[in-house]
Every structure is written in structure tokens, then in C-alpha cells.
Design a protein around this ligand. Structure first.
Ligand code: ADP
Ligand code: MG
Length: 729
């Protein structure tokens, strides 16, 4: 019997690194080659059109329809010069990927021929027949009229022969059906709120924007091995597989030498990413075997989100060229580290980063503190919602498991900053603020030395850590659209800043001095948000108890965590900031619950199939071999001798019989649990049933399969094992 596993393993061992092309130019020269960036706008657009478009991009003014035709014309010219024949509105539906539908530029010219056409109207708006995108019922199929509209703050780009136009995707009645529309609204809210607070310190600040620097973790696996694992192929993770004897215990992978075949992949990927304007900066091996990371330089949040989506699809494409598959699932393998996507977040003015620590003046330090404390207030008030924003069927394997941020959101500040907050809380006000004659206000806020802050002992267990001039949200899943987390975080910070300003203004209106009012409010908030600050080990069990007593959200069930979106405080916040309304939130939650159910459903089906077609046949085959052997021993030896000599094989025969029996019963129960769950009408209740009754059975069945993997002859085992998936590169 041919064993596919041996074939693909042998093939994988033979693979050589792919040839890569080193561009003749330097990265700084080909960076953004396929992006219609400012330089190209300047070259291809009339002067006045260029200026109007820059105004739209920089100041969020409305794009005048009258210039759209001129913009489209310039874009088309540039695109055609680059061999482009098609265009597409590129958007981010509520599935985790991106969507596109290509149309050719060609139109009849009225003389029996064809011409290349691309109008302002086509650039600005389209109505993709997108009735099969998840919409939570907002857009029923009979009125499948979602439309996509250009987001001029994210530049168009070329992939192969297609001009891609970043767009928002909304229903005919104006509800957001994607991630980008609410993200843009949340960014607007936080920018406005932060700018207003900035005015206390720097009256000439004109604009505050949000930065995002993501770090993308991923696994690579040889394509042949991947194709021999139906579970990886269909669910993105291994549903079974015994630990490899060696995995990550030697700590020899992190920052290790990058294997040649991988290096070739990375090089190709980076060249293409740079050409698309993604500022790739860092690459390295991650903790688990065959796990890697790529991080660009941070960018404005909306653009960074687009670039992350683009990079993820680029990775998949480039990986194939190198006979790899990229695994973006948060937990493709049990027992070793999973993959996350750290989201480094900060706010910045047109004059500098707001979370940057030491200022030259006490006012600067106070500004710094205000933004730190109000971010903490946001995380404290909405810690459950923030968790919901990063929760998914796949990331649930990572959160709360023993090697990743726990399913509790807390913030790590480091010794320096924690001490400073304590000082603010405990010092009496006269010490903090004394009015000294002609010199005016003097703030007694100790300076924070830059070096010390930068070297803060980084607590790797914290899901939301302050790391010098930014917060690092580490619980985001590797497969997720960063927008989900960024919508919630920016909304929550906007709300906190608005509330801060309201209270300060009320005190000022009552006659209090500005700085004194700010200090009063900040001192209150430092006290309030204290429960969110946690400097200890987030992985230990005591923290779970402690967090519970602090009133932090400790729920771990994914479908129940989604409820946080529909808490009145959450709906109130989103509505007040104009980010999402109740109807949108309810619809989006339906999508979340349905997606959760579907993913577990698929896993359960694949588990059933694999068990019946691979595992049990292989095990019984081996069992018969052993049985034959036992039989023949009795033919050769006297019974008492044969008894002795066959005891080991008999034991194995028995263990196989018992475990396959348990597995079969398990699969029957799994099917039954699915049937029961499928009858449930409410998508929330159905998702909960899948979580409570279906998912645990997968784990139960797996345990027995993994034990069988250890005792069944290696020669017969058909599925590539962990040691092969993880160590062949
Ligand atoms: P780490 O030690 O966490 O791996 P890196 O130096 O690799 O840190 O940076 C991680 C990411 O954080 C990069 O994308 C970097 O550009 C980004 N980053 C740095 N400063 C800021 C900031 N002020 N705001 C947002 N992102 C930032
Ligand atoms: Mg980091």
C-alpha cells in the first residue's frame, strides 16, 4: 500500500530554495512602484485637481464629483502605462479576507471597436452584486444593493493587471457592511476628541491622527505535507497530531538563522510588498518551529490596516511560488506557541507623538499623563468589549491557553510609569501644583527619563502593554483584520477623552484654573482605572482570581464574549460617536455568531471524515497485522510460550480496540450534538451550543487519536506528523 505521507515527506526534503530576482534598483527606489502615491498624482493629475485631492486626503474634506473624472483619467493613464487592463473596488467584508470583482476598462467606442474607459463615476462608486457577503440580515438578498465607495485616504494600487481601489462597503440604506467604514468613523472620532484635549496644551495643533504598527506572525509549511493534511487544508489547523518529541523546548528557533528556503520566500514577499508601498522593516524566526514574523514601519491606522490585509493575501500568493503554504490560523498546532498580530498603537499630532514620554516642560509631562491615563480609562471601561474585538473561533485557542495573553484584558505600564501614577494619586495637590508668584504655574510632576522608559522591563505576558511611546495590543489574532480591534480601541479612547474634556471644562467654567482642573480630573481617573493596571505574570492562575475580584471581564466562552458588543455602554458609546448604530451592531453580532458556528461545524465534519477514512482504517489494519502475528506465534510455539511472547502485541490490539471504540462513539456523539445544535433557531444560542457541546468533543476525540498515533506502526500512518510539518523547511 503506497503511503502518501512518505511520498510527500521525501519530496519536501528534496526541495531547494526558489530562485529569486534581485531588483536592479534599491528598495528606496522601487518602494511604492505600484502605488498611485503623491508623486504619481503630481505627475498624472492637473495641478488644481492634485491640490484638491491632497486636501481631501489630508483634511478629510469631501471629494468633489467634478474632479473625480480628472482623477480617474490620470489614474487610468498611469495604470495603462503599467500594463493594467482591469480595475476593481477592493473592500473588506466581514469575512476576514478582502473582496474584489474585476471589470475590464474596455467599452465600445461606437464605431465597432473598443476603447479603454474609466470614469470618475466608476472610480467613486460601484454596486457589486454582493448578496453572498455576510451582512447579518441588514441587506436581504431581495434588496442586494450594497455599494462600495472609494476611500481616497488610502491610495489605489496595481496587482498584476488590475487597478485596485480601496473602498468602504455599505448597504443601500447606509449601514456599514465592512470593517473600513466604522474604522474611518472611529478614527475621525478619536482624532477630533484628541485634538480638542490637545488644545489645553498646544493651541496650534491642527490635527491628531492614529498610528498603527502591526507585527504579523505566521507559520510556513511545505505544500506537499500540507496537501496530505485535510484538516490543515480545510480548517487551517491540525485537528489531531501528537507532540513532536522535540518542539520549542530548546528555544533554538527564535531569532535563529532563517532557513534558506524561507529566506527566499521572505525576500520575494518583501520586494513585492515594498513595491506596493508596504514599508517592511523587520523579519525573524519566531518562538515555535517553522514560525516567523514580519513587521513594517508603523503608518496611519487606516493605511496600516489596508496594508496588513494586502500583505496577508500577498503572503499566500508568494508562499505558493515557493512551494509553501502560509498558515495564518492563530493555533495551527497544539502544544506550541500560536500566532498573534501585535498592534502597536499611538496618537500623533502634526507636531509629534502624543504618547511620547518626556517633555521639556511640566506641561508636556502633564499632556503625556493625560493621554496615558485616558487610554487606561478607555481600556478599563471597555475591557470586555476590547476582548470581544479580538475574539474569534480561531483566536479562542490562543487566548486563555497557557502560552498567550490570558482572556483577561489588563495593562502593563512598567515600574517608572506606575510609580508616577502613584505619585499623582497620592501627593497632595499643593505639591503637584503651586502657584508661585510671577512665574505662574509650576507643576511638580517628575520628569521621566527617556532611556529608562524605553528600556522598561517588557512584560511579555501583558495583553496591553505600554512600550515607550505607544501601547502594544498583543491579544489580536494573526488571522484577524486589525480594524476590529482598532475600531473599539479608538472609539473607547475617544469616549474617554471626550469625558475628560467635559469634566475639565465644567471645572474651568466654575472658575478653576486650567492646570488645576486637569490635575483634579486626572487624579480621579488614576484612582478609577487602577484595576486595569497589572504588572505581574498574566499567565498564572492567581491572576484569574485577582482579576475577577477587580471586576475585570473574565469570560472565556467566545460566543458569550461577543455579547459585550450589545451591552448598553457599548451601544451608547458607538452611537454617540457615530461609529455604529444599534442595528449595525446587532447585525454584525449575528455575523460573528454565525461565523463561529460555521467554523466549529466544519472542524467537526472534517474530524468525522478523517476519523472514519483515515484513523480507524489505519488502526484496524495495523491491528490485523498484529493479530496475524499473534496467531502465527501459536502455530510456531507451544501455547504457554506463545502466551508469553504475544502479551505485548495483545495489549496493543486491545488498546487499539478500546480507543477506536471510544473514538467511534465520540464521533457519533459529535454528530448528534451538531444535530441538536443545528435545530436551534437563535444564532447566539446555536453558537453557544457549538461552543459548549460540540467543541469539547473535538478535543476528547483528538486525545485518543494522538495516543493511537504513538502506538500504530509509523509505516502505516497516513497523515504527516508534527515532527514533519514543523521541522521540514
Ligand atoms: P518589538 O520589540 O515589539 O518587536 P519593534 O521595534 O519591532 O518592537 O516595533 C514593533 C512595531 O511598532 C513596528 O511596526 C514599529 O514601527 C511600531 N512602532 C514604533 N513606534 C510606534 C508608535 N509610536 N506608534 C505605533 N507604532 C509604533
Ligand atoms: Mg512587539
Amino acid at each position: 500500500m503506497a503511503n502518501l505521507r512518505f511520498e510527500v515527506v521525501a519530496e519536501a526534503f528534496k526541495k531547494k530554495p526558489q530562485e529569486t530576482v534581485t531588483p536592479a534598483e534599491r528598495p528606496s527606489e522601487y518602494f511604492g512602484k505600484y502605488v498611485f502615491n503623491r508623486a504619481k498624482m503630481y505627475k498624472y493629475l492637473p495641478c488644481d485637481v492634485y491640490e484638491q485631492l491632497i486636501d481631501v486626503m489630508d483634511n478629510g474634506t469631501r471629494l468633489d464629483r467634478s474632479i473625480a473624472d480628472a482623477v480617474a483619467k490620470g489614474m487610468k493613464q498611469w495604470a495603462v502605462e503599467n500594463g493594467v487592463t482591469h480595475y476593481t473596488h477592493w473592500f473588506q467584508p466581514l469575512t476576514e479576507g478582502t473582496a474584489e470583482k474585476h471589470d475590464a476598462f474596455i467599452e465600445h467606442d461606437g464605431k465597432g471597436g473598443m476603447i479603454e474607459e474609466f470614469s470618475g463615476k466608476l472610480l467613486m462608486q460601484q454596486e457589486p452584486d454582493a448578496s453572498s457577503f455576510p451582512s447579518g440580515g441588514i441587506r436581504n438578498t431581495f434588496e442586494a444593493r450594497g455599494y462600495s465607495a472609494w476611500d481616497p485616504t488610502s491610495p489605489v494600487f496595481i496587482i498584476d493587471d488590475t487597478l485596485c481601489i480601496p473602498t468602504i462597503f455599505i448597504s443601500y440604506t447606509g449601514e456599514a457592511l465592512d470593517y473600513k467604514a466604522p474604522l474611518l468613523r472611529a478614527l475621525h472620532a478619536v482624532g477630533t476628541a484628541a485634538q480638542a484635549v490637545c488644545q489645553y496644551f498646544y493651541p496650534d495643533v491642527r490635527k491628531v491622527s492614529c498610528n498603527l504598527g502591526w507585527e504579523q506572525e505566521y507559520f510556513l509549511v511545505d505544500e506537499g505535507l500540507y496537501s496530505a493534511r485535510p484538516d490543515l487544508l480545510l480548517t487551517g489547523r491540525t485537528l489531531m497530531g501528537h507532540d513532536s518529541a522535540k518542539n520549542q523546548q530548546m528555544d533554538d528557533h527564535y531569532f535563529g538563522t532563517i532557513p534558506e528556503r524561507v529566506q527566499a520566500f521572505m525576500k520575494d514577499l518583501e520586494v513585492q510588498a515594498l513595491e506596493l508601498g508596504i514599508p517592511c522593516k523587520t523579519r525573524h524566526n519566531e518562538v515555535a518551529p517553522n514560525q516567523f514574523e514580519l513587521a513594517p514601519i508603523y503608518e496611519e491606522c487606516n493605511l496600516a490596516v489596508d496594508h496588513n490585509m494586502l500583505l496577508m493575501s500577498l503572503m499566500k500568493k508568494v508562499a505558493r511560488r515557493h512551494s509553501f503554504r502560509v498558515l495564518l490560523h492563530e493555533k495551527p498546532y497544539a502544544g506550541i506557541n500560536g500566532s498573534g498580530k501585535h498592534n502597536n498603537w499611538s496618537l500623533t499630532t502634526d507636531t509629534g507623538i502624543l504618547l511620547h514620554a518626556p517633555g521639556k516642560t511640566p506641561e508636556d509631562n502633564l499632556r503625556f499623563l493625560v493621554f496615558i491615563v485616558e487610554t487606561l480609562m478607555a481600556v478599563y471601561r471597555h475591557n470586555g468589549l476590547l476582548k470581544a474585538s479580538i475574539m474569534s473561533a480561531t483566536n479562542a485557542h490562543r487566548l486563555g491557553a497557557n502560552e498567550a495573553p490570558p482572556a483577561i484584558i489588563s495593562s502593563f505600564l512598567g515600574h517608572q510609569l506606575s510609580q508616577l501614577l502613584e505619585h499623582i494619586e497620592n501627593a497632595d495637590k499643593e505639591t503637584l501644583l503651586n502657584v508661585a508668584g510671577k512665574q505662574g504655574l509650576k507643576l511638580d510632576i517628575p520628569e521621566i527619563p527617556e532611556l529608562l522608559i524605553d528600556n522598561t522591563d517588557r512584560n511579555r505576558t501583558s495583553p496591553f502593554a505600554f512600550t515607550g511611546n505607544r501601547f502594544e495590543f498583543r491579544a489580536v489574532g494573526s488571522e484577524a483584520n486589525c480594524a476590529s480591534a482598532m475600531i473599539v480601541l479608538n472609539s473607547a479612547v475617544a469616549e474617554a477623552l471626550n469625558s475628560f474634556k467635559q469634566r475639565v471644562d465644567a471645572l474651568i467654567a466654575g472658575g478653576e484654573d486650567k492646570m488645576s482642573a486637569i490635575i483634579d480630573v486626572i487624579r480621579d481617573d488614576v484612582k478609577t482605572c487602577k484595576p486595569i493596571i497589572f504588572e505581574g505574570n498574566g499567565y498564572c492562575d492567581e491572576w484569574k482570581r485577582e482579576a475577577e475580584s477587580r471586576g475585570l471581564d473574565c469570560e472565556t466562552s467566545c460566543p458569550v464574549v461577543f455579547d459585550r458588543y450589545l451591552d448598553e455602554e457599548s451601544i451608547g458609546m458607538f452611537e454617540k460617536l457615530n461609529v455604529m448604530n444599534r442595528k449595525e451592531l446587532m447585525a454584525r453580532n449575528e455575523v460573528k455568531w454565525e461565523t463561529y458556528t460555521k467554523r466549529i461545524q466544519i472542524e467537526a465534519r472534517v474530524m468525522g471524515d478523517l476519523t472514519m477514512n483515515h484513523i480507524i482504517p489505519v488502526c484496524t489494519h495495523y491491528q490485523s497485522q498484529l493479530a496475524k502475528n499473534v496467531q502465527s506465534m501459536y502455530d510456531i510455539f507451544p501455547a504457554n510460550k506463545a502466551d508469553e511472547l504475544t502479551s505485548r502485541n495483545k495489549k496493543i490490539i486491545e488498546e487499539i480496540a478500546q480507543r477506536t471504540q471510544i473514538i467511534e462513539t465520540g464521533v457519533e456523539e459529535l454528530v448528534e450534538a451538531r444535530k441538536v445544535a443545528n435545530r436551534i433557531e437563535s444564532c447566539r444560542e446555536k453558537a453557544i451550543a457549538y461552543h459548549d457541546t460540540v467543541a469539547p468533543k473535538l478535543e476528547f476525540i483528538r486525545r485518543h487519536i494522538d495516543k493511537l498515533e504513538l502506538i500504530v506502526s509509523d509505516e502505516l500512518w497516513t497523515l504527516p506528523k508534527y515532527r514533519e510539518l514543523l521541522f521540514i523547511k
